[in-house]
Design a protein around this ligand. Structure first.
Ligand code: ADP
Ligand code: MG
Length: 441
């Protein structure tokens, strides 16, 4: 078939890593009058669009002997994707997975008791506890934001579990934003908005995780607006998480963004070293293992990104200890994490950064060190400088040299400028996260 032909072509044309990163995660969906490619997230959508879409279309033209049009979208939730018929009058209920309560969608293992606190999350935890003790009256909504793997889901589920424990009759619904989107689509398909409203507007506690997924989905936002108003008016608690603070969410209606700020907005920051150590000790203890401090410090120093990766590293060490039958010590930890650390510490060259950024913005690499100052060149150059500062150990003057002998103050200015733009222009934030992902892959 067409898709298989594309896959084998790309497999020949690309490096295995490129192929695995960008092509393999894609799915091809077609019908009598459409063809589209679905990607698991917007970074991949963006990258594939820029780099490979025209190639896909060329292959399509060769295959079907006529020009084809391919759209590229973020994959929706499974049910929609496979177009499964859905029960007509179904009241939406959250996904049931193992260890999860079918009704509320809560995972009982996320509690306050096993949430380690430190400077990075103490405000968020304090706010969460207040809300758990006074749902509907303390802060409404509670809006928790922070990067991936920092404990947002854990924390808000802890609130849900706490409320449920206090009041087993409370109607609670925890759901990922994508699930809410798919419920809206389903209600749409079956003209079942009355059921939809009856369900969502009658909850005592609604927890919506990763609300950035509402971005660009107008009907979902409209329905959520009604649900939000209904719940807040009747003093029912709404809790939301997001990867950025409200004003920075792109593709979200202003009236929602302003409502998100009605209650309390709190951040969860990346944990500092001592907190990472505390988390490791806690998780090891929960697994029935003892970690010496030197081992915990070693892991915590190496893994700085987020708690989820920290947990992953610990699991590796534990598995390695089980497998070899040796007790966990520093040497064993180093051995177990060898591969992980090799990948993490791989040096990224400034040439690689310049080339990748130039490709991304479709300018020539030479323009990175040319004297040109037009905006379409200057901005990518600033992005590349900021990335060089972040990803290499080079100093400002060394980076200046690598960009055609520019002064170190120019590089400093670029880094500051990009930081500012990250706040005011969501496009830059997206560009940079795509680029970081590409450069680190
Ligand atoms: P997020 O939703 O922000 O991406 P999660 O809540 O899914 O992050 O957290 C990722 C993992 O890290 C989970 O297993 C969670 O239990 C754990 N975790 C995060 N923060 C903490 C913390 N402060 N204490 C204990 N475990 C944590
Ligand atoms: Mg989460």
């Amino acid at each position: 078939t067409f898709w298989q032909a594309c896959l084998s072509r790309f497999e020949q044309e690309l490096t295995p890593q490129q192929f695995n990163n960008w092509i393999k995660p894609l799915r091809f969906v077609s019908g009598p009058d459409f063809m589209r490619i679905e990607a698991p997230n917007r970074f991949i959508v963006q990258w594939v669009k820029d780099k490979f879409l025209s190639r896909f279309e060329e292959m399509g033209e060769a295959h079907f002997s006529r020009p084809i049009q391919l759209s590229l979208v973020v994959a929706e939730n499974k049910e929609i994707k496979e177009n499964k018929p859905l029960p007509v009058k179904s009241v939406p209920t959250p996904v049931a997975r193992s260890g999860r309560s079918e009704k509320s969608g809560l995972n009982p293992s996320f509690t306050f008791a096993n949430f380690v606190t430190g400077k990075a999350n103490q405000l968020a935890r304090a706010a969460a506890l207040q809300v758990a003790e006074n749902p509907g009256t303390a802060y409404n909504p509670l809006f928790v934001y922070g990067g991936v793997g920092l404990g947002k889901t854990h924390l808000i589920q802890a609130i849900g579990n706490y409320v449920q424990e206090q009041n087993s009759n409370a109607k609670i619904s925890y759901l990922h934003a994508e699930r809410y989107v798919s419920d809206v689509v389903r209600a749409y398909q079956h003209k079942a908005f009355d059921d939809f409203k009856r369900y969502y507007h009658s909850l005592d506690l609604l927890l919506i995780d990763d609300i950035q997924f509402f971005s660009g989905k107008a009907r979902t936002q409209e329905e959520f607006f009604y649900a939000f108003n209904a719940l807040i008016e009747s003093k029912k608690q709404v809790i939301i998480t997001c990867d950025t603070y409200p004003k920075q969410i792109s593709g979200m209606e202003d009236r929602l963004i302003s409502r998100f700020g009605w209650g309390l907005t709190v951040a969860i920051e990346p944990p500092e070293l001592e907190m990472r150590v505390a988390i490791l000790l806690k998780k090891a203890e929960m697994e029935g293992f003892h970690l010496d401090d030197d081992v915990a410090f070693f892991i915590a120093k190496q893994i700085r990104s987020n708690v989820r990766e920290l947990e992953g590293a610990l699991k590796k060490v534990i598995a390695y200890s089980r497998f070899t039958g040796h007790a966990i010590g520093l040497d064993l930890a180093k051995e177990a994490l060898k591969d992980l650390l090799a990948v993490q510490n791989r040096q990224i060259s400034i040439e690689n950064i310049q080339k990748t950024v130039a490709d991304y913005y479709k300018i020539k690499v030479a323009e990175m060190y040319s004297k040109k100052r037009s905006r379409n060149v200057a901005r990518p150059r600033q992005v590349a400088m900021a990335l060089a500062k972040e990803l290499t150990h080079l100093s400002f003057p060394e980076i200046g040299d690598a960009f055609g002998g520019r002064d170190h103050t120019t590089v400093m200015y670029a880094c500051r400028k990009i930081e500012e733009l990250k706040i005011s222009e969501s496009g830059i934030t997206r560009d940079i996260s795509v680029l970081l992902q590409v450069l680190r892959s």
